[in-house]
Design a protein around this ligand. Structure first.
Ligand code: UDP
Length: 364
């Protein structure tokens, strides 16, 4: 009975053999023939499209579901299934799970702009919380066994300690962080009640682009520092504003833990393999490098990459910006074989810059 026969491969979706099958492979990456299709929500967006590449590079069949509100159809590579639908559409999600015999979901789809969440909280509670509930219900109903969720360091609010550990108090200071934390709560309850396990990855500041420039951050109206700075470096903006110079940090500007998007994508593939190898356990883990750079240091790196000096202007702090936010990443390092490969600010900036030039060539 060949391992790749449909019966065995898809028995995974029908009940008991799935767990037995997975535990057989404890502590080993699944063989090619055991790789079932993964649904990537938001796979046409920034981080999701990098995860699609990482999954494909690791040999996983991938199907993307995306409503293309902020994502791009071109960001989904050839050979990857694509469903244009909103994850709040229960029928569309269930149809995709069934038709593609999905075994695991990576859930990136959502809204991510903090100030917008303050202006329009119900958009965030719909897109990030209510739609995640719909997706989770479909996942449970259709027998999906593993769920990986894009969470955020914004769940901590003003961190009591730097670096911040996963068990630190979660006191979000904006609806964005709260909408993600509510989904973490749902996941814990659902995993306790149903045969599904999950990994919630709390991202710190994600930056950079695929080093092969197959994808990158492409949505207009960016607010994140490195994206804004490389837009200035390529002439799309004429300056960068530094928000606050009176933080309790060595140079007075805000300090963040910037993680390369390709390292983050790789962490998702490791998380998937961990969930399969150990179906009785779920995990919540910080994704960062454990060190911080100030706004001034980031802008210095961009100046170094271009040999130019971007004009820096100064304004007061943005509402709700903490002085410093740095991950304690000891948990992910202890739990997964993941190791940072691109833990280098200059490289991260160069990759972001290279992608910005690709966009400029395309007239974007
Ligand atoms: N920042 C800045 N100018 C900008 C964008 C961001 O000075 O145009 C600062 C911001 O105050 C924070 C850091 O850069 O200290 C990272 O902000 P970003 O918006 O990239 O991510 P956040 O940490 O808010 O999620």
């Amino acid at each position: 009975h060949p391992v790749s026969s449909p019966d065995r491969a898809f028995s995974y979706l029908r009940g008991w053999p799935g767990i037995a099958l997975c535990s057989t492979f404890a502590n080993k990456a699944p063989l090619m023939s055991e790789k079932f299709p993964i649904l990537v929500t938001g796979g046409a967006g920034y981080i999701g499209s990098h995860a699609v590449l990482a999954l494909r590079d690791a040999g996983w069949p991938v199907v993307v579901i995306d409503n293309l509100v902020t994502g791009f159809r071109w960001a989904v590579p050839e050979g990857v299934g694509f469903v244009e639908a909103d994850i709040g559409d229960a029928d569309a999600v269930s149809a995709a799970l069934t038709a593609h015999r999905i075994g695991a979901i990576m859930h990136f789809a959502g809204s991510v702009v903090v100030p917008e969440s303050v202006e329009n909280p119900l958009k965030y509670y719909r897109n990030n919380t209510a739609n995640s509930r719909t997706l989770l219900e479909a996942a449970v109903t259709c027998g999906v066994r593993h769920f990986i969720f894009s969470s955020t360091a914004a769940t901590y609010g003003i961190a009591e300690t730097v670096p911040v550990r996963e068990d630190s108090p979660k006191r979000p200071i904006n609806p964005y962080g709260m909408s993600k934390l509510m989904t973490e709560f749902m996941l814990a309850d659902v995993a306790a009640a149903h045969p599904i396990n999950y990994c919630a990855l709390r991202y710190f500041n994600v930056a950079g682009a695929d080093p092969q420039q197959r994808t990158g951050q492409s949505t207009a109206g960016a607010t994140h520092l490195i994206k804004v700075a490389v837009e200035a470096a390529t002439g799309k903006r004429d300056h960068v504003t530094i928000f606050g110079t009176d933080f309790a940090t060595p140079d007075g500007t805000g300090v963040r833990d910037y993680i390369h998007v390709s390292d983050l994508a790789a962490a998702h593939v490791h998380a998937l393999e961990k969930l399969i190898a150990d179906p009785a356990s779920s995990h919540t883990m910080n994704c960062g490098y454990g060190k911080g750079f100030s706004v001034s240091e980031v802008l210095d790196a961009v100046d170094r990459a271009t040999n130019l000096k971007i004009e820096r202007r100064f304004e007061g702090r943005r509402a709700g910006d903490p002085d410093a936010l740095i991950a304690d990443n000891s948990k992910i390092l202890a739990t997964l074989p993941w190791r940072p490969q691109r833990d280098n600010l200059d490289q991260m900036v160069q990759d972001a810059l290279a992608w910005e030039r690709v966009l400029a060539e395309r007239g974007k």
